[in-house]
Write a protein that binds this ligand. Structure first.
Ligand code: 5AD
Ligand code: SF4
Length: 440
C-alpha cells in the first residue's frame, strides 16, 4: 500500500513536470513516505530526517516533506524534532502533496526575493493533517515496474485490532468504485501489464457499503475477465472476512494466483482475544484446511507478533504449535511495540526485550526450516513464472515469481519481461527457487 501511495504521488509530480533524481543530493524536493505500523519503521525515518538537516544546510532551497502515517501519528513531534521539514501530510492527503510543495515555494518567496537565502526554509511550516477519510480515488498512471502493477481498491480499515495504529492513521474503510478499478486494470492491460496486485488493508471486506453490494469475490471475477491480465494477486486479508466465497473464487478464476496472505498474529486464543482479532486459533486452522482442500498447492503466508502484553511462555508455545500445524510458506514476524493511539498501549509493555528477542529468534528459525521444507516440494518440478527481469546479471539470467509468490531465478535465452514460462526448479536458496526455463 505504501509503495502504491509513493507511486501515486510520484505520478502526480511527474505530470507537473518534476523529474526523479538518482540521489537526494541532487534533488530540489525530498519526500519521505512513512509507515507507523511498528516503532522500528518510525526510528528509521527519524534517522533519515536527521541526515536531511545537513543536506538542507548545504542546499537551503531544498523542500523536505513527510507524508504518510507517521506524518499523522507524530505530527506534533516532527516540526519539533526536525524543524527543517517544510510540510507534513497524512495518508488521506496524498493528492494534495503537489499543492503543498507549491505552497512551500510561495511561502518562501519573500525571503528569496530579498536574496536572503538563510531564511529560506525557515518560514512557516505547513501541515495538512485532517481527520477526514480519503473521499476520492484518482487514477494515476505511473507504475514503477513494466510487468506488474499495484492497484488500490480500498483505503483504511474498520477493524479494531488492539495493537494497530492503522485505523487511526488511515481512517475508516472506503472502497473504490468497481468501475474505476476495472478501467484502471483495462488501461494497464492495454499498456502491456500482465499482473495486478489489488491492494487494501483488508481487501476481503471490499464493497460492503455499496448498494447493491459488490463483494471482493465479485471484483476478482470482473478483473479475471480483463483480456491480457495473466495474473491477479491481492493483499491483505483479515481471517474473519476470508470466507468460502473467496476460496471458491481462488479455485475457479484461472488468473487468480494460488497465494493467500492471511495474518494470524498469534496461536494463543487468550492473546488473540486481547488483540481483538475476532477468531480463535482453531477457527483459523479450519479456514486454512478448507482453503487447501479447495485450492491444492496454495501457498499461505502470514504475519506474527511476539511479546504482546501479557504473552506467557504457554501463549508463545501455542504460536509455535500453530506454525507447525499451518506450515506457512513464509511469514513476516515482529516483536510487539506499543503504538500511539492503539488500544494495547494502555497495557504495560511487560515482556522484557530479551524475552521478545528470544521468542522472535525461535520463530524465525522455525519458519526458515518450514519455508525450506515447503520449497523442497517443488524440487525437480516445473513452476509457471512471469518474467519480471529478463537480463538480471547477465543476458542469460532471468527473475520472476511463481504463482505461489516465490521468487525464481533462472537461466534462459531470448526471453523478455512479461513472458510466461515454465521453469524447472533445481535448487532452493532461502525463499527463492533456482532453475532453468523450459524451451517454449
Ligand atoms: N507491534 C508489532 N507488530 C505490529 N504489527 C502491527 N502493529 C504492530 C505492533 N504494534 C504487525 C502485524 C501486522 C503487520 C503489518 O505489522 O503483524 O499484520
Ligand atoms: Fe490493523 Fe487489524 Fe486493520 Fe490489519 S485488520 S490494518 S492489523 S486494525
Amino acid at each position: 500500500m505504501n509503495v502504491r501511495d509513493a507511486e501515486e504521488v510520484t505520478g502526480l509530480l511527474l505530470e507537473r513536470g518534476y523529474r526523479l533524481t538518482d540521489s537526494e543530493k541532487t534533488a530540489d524536493v525530498v519526500l519521505f513516505n512513512t509507515c507507523s505500523v511498528r516503532e522500528h519503521a518510525e526510528d528509521k525515518v527519524w534517522s533519515l530526517l536527521g541526515a536531511m538537516r545537513n543536506l538542507k544546510a548545504k542546499n537551503p532551497s531544498l523542500v523536505v516533506g513527510v507524508m504518510g502515517c507517521m506524518a499523522k501519528a507524530q505530527k506534533g513531534k516532527i516540526f519539533q524534532r526536525a524543524p527543517h521539514v517544510d510540510f507534513i501530510s497524512g495518508p488521506s492527503q496524498l493528492y494534495e502533496v503537489p499543492e503543498l510543495i507549491e505552497a512551500v515555494y510561495k511561502n518562501r518567496q519573500p525571503a528569496e526575493s530579498q536574496g536572503n537565502c538563510e531564511k529560506v526554509g525557515r518560514l512557516q511550516p505547513i501541515a495538512a493533517i485532517q481527520q477526514k477519510r480519503r473521499a476520492e480515488f484518482k487514477t494515476v498512471s505511473y507504475h514503477s515496474g513494466p510487468v506488474s502493477a499495484f492497484v488500490t481498491i480500498m483505503e483504511g480499515c474498520d477493524k479494531v485490532c488492539s495493537y494497530c495504529i492503522i485505523p487511526y492513521t488511515r481512517g475508516p474503510e472506503v472502497s473504490r468504485p468497481p468501475q474505476q478499478i476495472l478501467e484502471e486494470v483495462k488501461r494497464l492491460a492495454d499498456q502491456g501489464y500482465k499482473e495486478v496486485t489489488l491492494l487494501g488493508q483488508n481487501v476481503n471486506s471490499y464493497g460492503k457499503r455499496f448498494a447493491p453490494q459488490t463483494s471482493f469475490a465479485d471484483l476478482l471475477a470482473q478483473v479475471n475477465a480483463v483480456p491480457g491480465i495473466e495474473r491477479i494477486r491481492f493483499t491483505t486479508s483479515h481471517p474473519w472476512d476470508a470466507v468460502e466465497e473467496l476460496f471458491d473464487a481462488m479455485k475457479d478464476l484461472e488468473h487468480v494466483c494460488e497465494h493467500l496472505h492471511l495474518p494470524v498474529q498469534s496461536g494463543s486464543d487468550r492473546v488473540l482475544e486481547r488483540m481483538r482479532r475476532g477468531y480463535a486459533a482453531d477457527e483459523y486452522v479450519r479456514k486454512l484446511e478448507l482453503l487447501r482442500q479447495k485450492v491444492p498447492g496454495v501457498a499461505v503466508t502470514t504475519d506474527i507478533i511476539v511479546g504482546f502484553p501479557g504473552e506467557t511462555e504457554a501463549d508463545f508455545e501455542a504460536t509455535v504449535r500453530l506454525m507447525e500445524r499451518c506450515r506457512f510458506d513464509s511469514a513476516f514476524m515482529f516483536s510487539y511495540s506499543p503504538r500511539p493511539y492503539a488500544a494495547s498501549t494502555r497495557w504495560p509493555d511487560d515482556i522484557p526485550q530479551e524475552v521478545k528477542d528470544r521468542r522472535l529468534q525461535t520463530i524465525l528459525r522455525l519458519q526458515e526450516r518450514i519455508t525450506r521444507e515447503e520449497g523442497e516440494k517443488a524440487l525437480n518440478q516445473t513452476v509457471e513464472v512471469l518474467v519480471e527481469e529478463a537480463d538480471r546479471l547477465s543476458a542469460r539470467q532471468g527473475m520472476g515469481r511463481s504463482r505461489t509468490n516465490r521468487k525464481v531465478y533462472f537461466e534462459a535465452d531470448g526471453l523478455k519481461a512479461g513472458d510466461l514460462v515454465r521453469v524447472h526448479v533445481e535448487s532452493i536458496r532461502g525463499h527463492s527457487f533456482i532453475g532453468w526455463a523450459l524451451p517454449r
